[in-house]
Design a protein. Structure first.
Length: 217
């Protein structure tokens, strides 16, 4: 198995699950900024040039949600199968994780990647921060009084748990206590720590918290 990876990116979801499942994999490192993801070599693995891609069972799979679901089902663990009681919940949270990650990605672009800073749109930064807050409120309500997204730890937690460190770069921890406690539970899991040690931590953020500025630039 070969995981195409960028430290701090969505490929961490897959590596974390691989560690939870006790599988072997080789890591191939890429950069988000040097143009490598646009190369024919990488596009042959992931046609939109996005991380992650996983080479497994004689083919490459792209889309982190598809990879996570494929691996959990292949191993028969950490995902309720078709017809099982929490199947729909599992599919909802795996896909919700991407709804939320897309808002985080937009905020990363606004706050970090877009240059010059005067090109940034403060109304869009405010809008995306509000849209992120709606997803955080939904999660905080869901997680109040429970340890994991489903009745026990599942691959959906690898999908969604990965988002939370980034989420608290834009939203205050104090407003989402159940979500903050969930983040703390997930990030001390031995498999998460092993994945982090292997994969390298976040390579995107230079600040602990990003406020929406009052004026551009
Ligand atoms: N829905 C896709 C999104 C993949 C994605 O956007 N990955 C980011 C890294 S976290 C990426 O490759 N960005 C490069 C780019 O946007 O050019 C998935 O879950 O795999």
């Amino acid at each position: 198995m070969i995981l195409h990876h960028v430290p701090g990116s969505r490929s961490m979801r897959v590596l974390w699950l691989i560690e939870e499942l006790g599988l072997d994999c080789e890591l191939r490192l890429w950069s988000l900024t040097d143009g490598g993801l646009r190369s024919p070599e990488f596009r042959a693995l992931s046609p939109a040039g996005r991380i992650p891609a996983l080479e497994v069972d004689g083919r490459a799979i792209f889309e982190s949600g598809a990879i996570v679901q494929y691996l959990a089902e292949r191993e028969g663990r950490l995902a309720p199968g078709p017809g099982e009681p929490e199947r729909a919940d599992f599919l909802e949270w795996v896909n919700f994780a991407e709804t939320q990650a897309n808002i985080l990605q937009a905020l990363n672009i606004h706050h970090i990647f877009l240059r010059p800073e005067s090109a940034r749109s403060i109304p869009l930064m405010r809008l995306d921060t509000k849209r992120l807050a709606v997803t955080a409120r939904a999660l905080d309500d869901h997680l109040a009084g429970r340890g994991t997204l489903l009745s026990e730890f599942s691959a959906a937690d690898c999908m969604l748990g990965f988002n939370i460190e980034a989420l608290f770069r834009f939203l205050a921890t104090a407003d989402y206590p159940a979500l903050a406690a969930y983040r703390d539970r997930m990030t001390v899991r031995p498999a998460y720590r092993r994945a982090l040690a292997r994969a390298g931590g976040d390579a995107i953020y230079e600040r602990d918290f990003y406020e929406v500025p009052d004026v551009p630039g």
